[in-house]
Design a protein around this ligand. Structure first.
Ligand code: BG6
Length: 493
């Protein structure tokens, strides 16, 4: 048996309120941007264009939001129902406990606490819900790790203030953060501010509440590629809102050059900058030198408050949190500094790697590389808040799911994680994305399943909602019980 992970290593799973809770209009909750993210099925992707995850799936124009409000019957909006965790949390947490979870990464729905985002008094019913969830987790010795904002800005802040493009939203966020951090001071030790803060570039509406001017072009892969001023202003405001001693959260995009041409390597450097930028600011408290040229050449001027730089410096994060799903191939795009693609899936596919059903390349070695590079750059402890495989599951006649593909993915990534730790990288936890099937962030599908726990529910909300254990449930349970030493897939299911 291989070497175990460090003692006290936090094994667990990761979710987000908008993808699991449902109950979008219960308990005093106000509407959030995620309630306006439409279902993008494979048929829609095939007819309307090659949609990437996190790109044009979410309403981003005033017109779309208005239409969804006026004619909800014309839209399929699955995040409104999630997987009904709001009502099933006890049963679901009991299953996490059975797998041996030490940590559960979840988010608080801001509009459940402050229905408009900027109310002066919090909604007690919303606060009580999370009290109950945290108590339930602690009952089993599971540590909650909580994201304050995971792709669900209160709609009112988006509509009236343009979300984080305005400082008003920073103040509202500060009130929200203070309220929950104070309320749950004895129940929550680990906080993250914004999920995948870099996604403001490709997904400004749900992640930051920024409604871009004009309607998105219907057949474009990414109609939101411009508006740099707005996006970088929003992200600056999010940096300021994040300036507190807690974790950041970056969607880590590890890039390889397509060839050994120096130009391709230069492209890797450019793209890297657009990913490191976010964590560089959050980890060092300073704007890195390399963004200035991009800002100048694109006429971006960040408006800063007099104390912003001081706040950023004082609020540098204590630990680095990342999601890791895949790696990307870069080909030279020319000088001056080219704009980032903002796409999650690169056009160029790595011929050496297999792909998921959604075209995401599977690259466990890239995981080890990225962990080493992050640690080399920041020398701060790392928490893996997301890693996982979205796949189509086929229950057999008895409803059992032999998901060896998911087990293979997990095993390969955990092996490389172990290598990275052996290399000397300080990693203190690993949370599998979507331990229970949930609504996809990028496409709002249920068909894209990540879970070790199956949820009987389809893209349109049909099904009993019943939970059942896949083969991977037993695999992860065994893996955790051995603290990562036993990775053999010898499960009888
Ligand atoms: C991350 C998000 O980007 O990727 C999650 O933080 C998301 O919210 C996950 O679910 C997987 O993406 P998708 O589109 O497959 O759900």
């Amino acid at each position: 048996m291989a070497k175990a992970f460090p003692e006290g290593f936090l094994w667990g799973g990761s979710t987000a309120a908008n993808q699991i809770e449902g109950a979008w209009n219960e308990g005093g909750r106000g509407p959030a941007t995620s309630d306006f993210a439409r279902l993008i099925t494979k048929e829609i992707r095939d007819t309307e264009g090659p949609f990437d995850a996190h790109v044009p799936h979410n309403a981003a124009s005033k017109e779309m939001v208005e239409d969804m409000k006026a004619h909800p019957e014309n839209w399929e909006l699955p995040k409104r129902r999630g997987i009904d965790f709001y009502h099933t949390y006890k049963e679901d947490i009991a299953l996490f406990a059975e797998m041996g979870f030490k940590v559960f990464r979840m988010s608080i729905s801001w509009s459940r606490i402050f229905p408009n985002g900027d109310d002066l008094v919090p909604n007690e019913e919303g606060l009580k819900f999370y009290d109950a969830v945290f108590d339930e987790l602690h009952k089993y010795g599971i540590e909650p790790l909580v994201t304050l904002s995971h792709f669900d800005t209160p709609l009112h802040l988006a509509e009236v203030y343009g979300g984080f493009a305005s400082r008003h939203t920073v103040d509202a966020f500060a009130r929200y953060a203070e309220t929950v951090i104070r309320r749950y001071k004895d129940k929550v030790k680990y906080w993250l501010t914004f999920n995948e803060i870099n996604n403001v570039l490709s997904n400004p509406f749900t992640s930051s509440g920024v409604i871009l001017p004009g309607a998105p072009e219907p057949n474009s892969c990414n109609p939101y590629l411009e508006h740099w001023q707005l996006k970088f202003q929003a992200v600056h405001n999010q940096f300021v809102a994040s300036a507190a001693k807690m974790g950041n959260m970056l969607c880590r995009l590890e890039n390889y050059a397509e060839s050994s041409k120096p130009e391709d390597q230069l492209q890797v450097m450019f793209e890297d900058h657009f990913n490191w930028f976010f964590t560089d600011v959050q980890a060092t408290g300073e704007y890195p030198y390399y963004m200035q040229r991009f800002f100048d050449e694109n006429g971006i001027k960040i408006e800063m408050g007099p104390d912003d730089l001081k706040l950023l410096k004082e609020g540098a994060v204590d630990f680095i949190t990342i999601s890791y799903y895949m790696t990307y191939i870069m080909r030279y795009k020319g000088n001056p500094v080219p704009k980032p693609t903002g796409r999650l899936l690169s056009d160029i596919k790595n011929p050496h790697l297999p792909k998921s059903d959604w075209g995401w390349v599977i690259d466990p070695i890239g995981f080890r590389i990225t962990l080493n590079r992050i640690y080399d750059r920041y020398h701060k402890p790392i928490f893996i808040s997301e890693n996982g495989l979205g796949a189509v599951d086929h229950p057999d006649a008895q409803g059992r799911i032999e998901d060896d593909y998911r087990i293979d993915y997990m095993r390969a990534h955990v092996e490389q994680l172990r290598e990275a730790i052996a290399d000397g990288v300080d990693v203190f936890g690993y949370a599998w994305w979507g331990p229970i099937d949930l609504v996809s962030s990028g496409t709002s599908e249920m068909t894209k399943r990540y879970g070790m726990i199956y949820v009987d529910q389809d893209d349109y909300g049909h099904g009993t909602g019943k939970r059942s254990k896949k083969k991977s449930f037993y695999y992860y349970k065994k893996l955790i019980a051995s603290n990562g030493a036993d990775l053999e897939n010898n499960i009888t299911y």
